[in-house]
Design a protein around this ligand. Structure first.
Ligand code: CA
Ligand code: CA
Ligand code: CA
Ligand code: CA
Ligand code: CA
Ligand code: CA
Ligand code: CA
Length: 679
């Protein structure tokens, strides 16, 4: 309340200041009848900026930072302008501008190169399914894959994934008639008037002119539910939204800036979506705005006798409005270039339940024929599945609510009948369920546990943790098998498995407490170390032996960069040369690799991207992961890596039930080595 009052007061005083500022205002030096939208482009060294204005029937004009016109493209009606840097496609890397051509039902593209005589070079256009009123771009910050979202007066938004072949930008998807096909078509509501994507946050803001501002997931491979950020008066602060823009600051901070025809400029906190303030600028009737650089904002003044863009420095704006615009950063700097991109090799059949269902996996190694090894995986809504290494389902059994799964082989070998055992955390009964895995048509068979520590109604081991969640297995140096489970409340239990005449019994040998919710865990049998991820905090190491200390040793902390919460699945890749701990860094859709041979140093991260040739999509928002280094046939000569994929889509971008992505380890190793050499 105080802030609002302060600003209203400051504004009352500020009006003469604006008038003062008008006299030595920097403006664009040519004027056209209409200005629709504009965007800034910043050169790689940050020295040069361009203002690219979409002028409706007057085409597109490009201005330098002094407002001098550098280029004017005529003979087209341009509505909307957006830029993305370093779009990667077919080995090319370019900066692109997109604009909507309402008269032609098309979107058009230009390459932006500030050093050229003519900064914009046409890259073609393509017809789309809706009559576009504007367009915005979204770029996956990890992969560089870029898409254009056009919106209409009829309330529709059509998003197209873009390809660039060195000459033209075109749609990645085509329908059977050979027409560009959107990767996503959303009916938002009534008349739409603006959109802008926050690439880092993976968020797309859409303005419904007389209703308010919607927040959608921006990535067509990673669609989240929509939410309303603000609405029209009297419930909210808006009346008629004209335009949206973002001002970026570090660490996800900055502003969502809204130009409202009757309310002026309305600012929201970029990370929380909270309303901050609103203000008017003297002499500017119809608000349209744009972010240029670290220096300030170009603001479109359409109602003046001469419609122009006027430049307001960050300092001027701070004096006028109280908003700290001092540490704006270039949108060019937001990209993560350090992540190795590895295409998925294959994917499993989708699980049988929709929503959040697939979770964790482990590999059963087939000693006799390694290429016929099996992936054993959980559907946490009710089953356990076995898949071949090409992803085909071999078996699916209904079995409680198994969350995590792990496998150890050749257990209890002393009596001459070694068992391969899978253990799963069963959230339906708060138990550990045991299964034997064999080379047969129905490889997963439940084992009825025996002894004193069973669930009253099921032959499963009853855990005492609050809500059973993570699970991993180990084999001690003397061959004793153990199961570790953890609960949402942070408790950890270590169970010893024993074979008696009656069957397999389990007993708790140790339990202790973490500070917050854990889940992913893995044991490195070779060093008898248990690794546990605390979802919001980081990764801990513990002595895995039952008599060992429960003192935690810190391996990695959530730092928002190399490890982004939630910390989810953990796994170990160990070969003759390598000894890695890998974590699912769920918050940035990557997998972080730590070198256990070299003091757990962070080696780098990789992401699993789509493999268009194999018709497999990438993996994101991953829970469970698993790695194995054994050669598994010609497709997986150094083993493989498995990741749960939250958003499994088909090649037409239609959402499928969740599944698991399978990646040839060799592809990961190659990319990782390349990236770490470049560091
Ligand atoms: Ca724009
Ligand atoms: Ca696991
Ligand atoms: Ca999570
Ligand atoms: Ca989790
Ligand atoms: Ca999970
Ligand atoms: Ca996916
Ligand atoms: Ca798929």
């Amino acid at each position: 309340m105080f802030l609002k009052k302060f600003i209203c007061h400051a504004l009352a005083l500020a009006l003469p200041l604006v008038a003062f500022a008008q006299s030595n205002l920097l403006t664009t030096q040519t004027s056209y009848e209409n200005i629709a939208d504009a965007v800034s482009w910043i050169s790689p060294n940050g020295q040069q900026t361009l203002l690219i204005a979409s002028l409706e029937a007057d085409g597109i004009a490009v201005y330098d930072k002094f407002g001098v016109e550098r280029q004017h493209i005529t003979a087209l009606t341009s509505q909307g302008a957006d830029v993305r840097y370093n779009m990667r496609s077919s080995g090319h890397i370019i900066d692109i501008l997109a604009t909507a051509l309402p008269e032609e039902n098309s979107i058009a593209f230009y390459q932006v190169d500030g050093s050229a005589d003519q900064p914009l070079t046409a890259l073609g256009q393509f017809a789309i399914d809706i009559a576009p009123e504007g367009v915005c771009l979204y770029q996956d910050p990890t992969t560089g894959v870029t898409s254009a979202a056009a919106f209409s007066k009829q309330g529709d938004l059509a998003q197209y994934r873009l390809d660039y072949d060195g000459k033209k930008v075109s749609s990645h998807l085509w329908d059977e008639q050979g027409n560009p096909k959107p990767v996503r078509l959303i009916h938002v509501g009534g008349e739409l008037s603006g959109c802008v994507a926050d690439d880092e946050a993976g968020v797309l803001y859409i303005a419904e002119q007389n209703v308010g501002i919607w927040r959608y997931g921006a990535d067509p491979e990673n669609v989240k539910d929509r939410a309303l950020i603000d609405v029209a008066k009297p419930l909210g602060h808006l009346v008629e939204v004209e335009n949206l823009e973002l001002a970026l600051q570090d660490n996800g901070q900055g502003y969502l800036m809204v130009a409202d025809e009757s309310q002026g400029f309305v600012f929201y906190n970029r990370s929380t979506g909270q309303y901050i303030t609103q203000f008017d600028l003297d002499g500017i009737e119809e608000a349209k705005l744009v972010t240029p650089s670290a220096a300030g904002l170009w603001i479109g003044n359409t109602e003046a006798d001469r419609p122009v863009y006027q430049f307001f420095s960050s300092q001027q704006l701070e004096t006028l409005t109280g908003i700290d615009l001092s540490s704006l950063r270039s949108p060019r700097d937001g990209q993560s270039q350090q992540v190795a991109l590895v295409p998925a090799t294959a994917e499993t059949q989708p699980v049988s339940d929709d929503g959040d269902a697939a979770d964790d996996s482990a590999v059963w190694y087939n000693q006799a024929s390694p290429e016929q090894s099996l992936i054993i995986a959980t559907n946490k809504q009710g089953g356990l599945m076995a898949y071949r290494l090409d992803g085909a389902e071999v078996q699916s059994i209904a079995s409680g609510k198994p969350n995590n799964v792990d496998i150890r082989q050749g257990l209890f070998a002393g009596d001459g009948f070694p068992l391969d055992i899978a253990a799963a955390s069963n959230r339906a009964l708060n138990t550990i369920a045991l299964y034997s895995i064999t080379d047969s048509k129905a490889p997963i068979q439940p084992i009825a546990a025996t002894g004193d520590n069973l669930h009253p109604n099921a032959a499963e081991l009853l855990s005492h943790v609050d809500e059973i969640y993570g699970l991993c297995m180990s084999v001690g140096n003397d061959g004793t098998p153990f199961v570790f489970v953890n609960g949402k409340g942070g408790e950890v239990e270590q169970w010893r498995l024993q074979q008696t005449k009656a069957g397999i019994e389990g007993e708790i040998v140790r339990s202790w407490q973490l500070n917050s919710q854990p889940e992913g865990c893995v044991v490195d049998d070779s060093s008898q170390t248990l690794y546990i991820g605390e979802e919001d905090y980081g990764i801990w190491a513990f002595d895995a032996s039952p008599a060992g200390s429960t003192e935690p040793r810190q391996v990695a902390v959530v730092d928002g960069e190399t490890l982004v919460d939630d910390v989810e699945g953990l796994t170990i890749y160990q070969s003759a040369q390598q000894h890695y701990l890998i974590a699912s860094s769920q918050g940035n859709n990557t997998y972080s690799v730590y070198d256990l041979n070299h003091k757990n140093i962070y080696l780098g991260s990789f992401a699993i991207v789509s493999n268009d040739a194999a018709a497999v999509d990438g993996a994101s928002d991953t829970d469970g992961i698993y790695a194995i280094s054994m050669p598994l046939g010609s497709d997986y000569p150094q083993g493989l890596f498995i990741a749960q994929d939250w958003y499994n889509i088909d090649p037409q971008y239609r959402l499928q039930n969740q599944n698991f992505k399978i990646v040839d380890w060799l592809a990961i190793e190659r990319q990782l080595v390349l990236k770490t050499k470049n560091l």
